[in-house]
Write a protein that binds this ligand. Sequence first.
Ligand code: ATP
Ligand code: MG
Ligand code: MG
Length: 545
Amino acid sequence: AKDEKKTRDEGGNYDIGLQDAGDGVVTRFPPEPSGYLHIGHAKAALLNDYFAHTKYKGTLILRFDDTNPLKEKQEFQDSIIEDLALMGIKADMKTHTSDYFQELYEHCIQMIKEGNAYADDTLKEDMAKEREKFQPSKRRDASVEENLGHFEEMKAGTEEGVRWSIRAKIDYASTNGAMRDPVIYRCKPEPHHRTGTTWKIYPTYDFCCPIVDSIEGVTHALRTTEYNDRDAQYQWFLKTLKLRHVYNWNFARMNFIRTLLSKRKLTKLVEMGKVWDWSDPRMPTVRGIRRRGMTIPALQEFILKQGPSKNIVNLDWSTFWATNKKYIDPVAARYTAVVIAHKCPVTIIGARAAPYTEDKDKHAKNKDVGTKKVVYSANVIVDQEDAQSFEQDEEITLMNWGNAIVRKISYSLSPLDVVKSAVGSAPKVVSALELELHLQGDVKKTKKKVTWLSTDQDLVPVELVDFDYLVTKDKLEPEDQLEDFLTRETEFRTSALADCNVAELKEDDIIQFDRKGFFRVDKPFLHGQPAVLFQIPTSAKARPD
Ligand code: ATP
Ligand code: MG
Ligand code: MG
């Protein structure tokens, strides 16, 4: 903890730096346009942006790593640009790995000609076995001419060509698996979303990365720590092709409990209909967590606080949402809602004969949030739960009004409760209450602060929606079948009535319903249709009880 302090700045952020860096650094964020950005990608993007624009004055490249024609779509590419903008990240340059297909092709030819790469038609499984056993491929020592010939077949996308791939000739006996002659080119006669049918061969990520980084002037290539073993290979490509040096800088992959951060698995959830779409509030996508009520400054703070840590931990969502609460609590306007089921009607004794309205602060501690109308009258409703807690002659506080004394409690039994009462476990439902105002009473002395709503106003119907984690297990192991660990019910809706001010709320507003927690407006109140609000978590539990 002592060391930790030293490396944090006044803002509590890690003071992280890159080796041999200063103004002029060039970093890049290289997403594959095969899905929407998730919170793990957000970490990579924010770190790259931090070095290029905050820590140093440099350049950030957004590079679409579009070398896999089967998985990529324009839709995903557009969404990535939008989501980066949402996070306040603007790249100085936007490129595509496919912009360099010609150069990459030429570099592969150079590799073959200099005896540093060879064509191989060993079957995939056999290749894996040979690599496991440190055995060379039978094609390893083929002549340059033979290799060039196979590469030409691949380039033409012929039936013969698709059987082959090109491998770097590094060291089949290396203790580092990444050095055991990795594949650098594959033949895939599928059209590409940008280059169409021009190419039938596609370079692998391992081959593209060092070459394109070097060509584009990247000074520091940030990668997650799973790439540690691949750093040697990356540096080997630079050296072998006599390219400009680039530093590798590794950071920990971000994982969260009960959360999938793999585009493949997230795609599956969308396709299975377990979620509405990629921006579903249950999804760990940038869109999803924003829709759930995460604010961007909180996301930035949370991620930069992870800093340079190289420990891969399974993060709990609680710190994430606690960080968010710090940002929303001081500014979220306060309103009132009462759950419709079992709402309890109350007669207020001593209230003025005619309803009247007063302006009250929307936030007790922050006048800048503005004021709202509070309607006072003799007819109000309270939550059943509160009503059930009252005792005869108890003094309670009606929030935003003052104290009142419980004068009369009427009970009723619902049909179900009649059955339950036969076995002696019936909760008594309060069917009506009479509260007598006692405004001279001290609000500091009461135990119960109760939310209430006058029914002499246009109450706004609202739907409060809460969500649970999509998966039931903290950490899914590779052998776990996703289908076996999906939470059955993850969406919970409660109908409530809210004060008249809620009619004015707009999409994306973040508010608090007194004593119910924070909510983000997903759908405003319109044409008599209930407003839809999503509960914003503030603790470890995805779903408060
Ligand atoms: P996925 O498994 O979701 O497909 P990926 O790494 O294949 O992830 P890319 O689009 O290639 O997806 O990732 C872009 C960048 O985001 C890469 O630099 C990658 O290292 C980084 N990244 C991906 N997932 C995480 C994560 N969980 N934590 C931190 N960085 C991540
Ligand atoms: Mg990737
Ligand atoms: Mg992946």
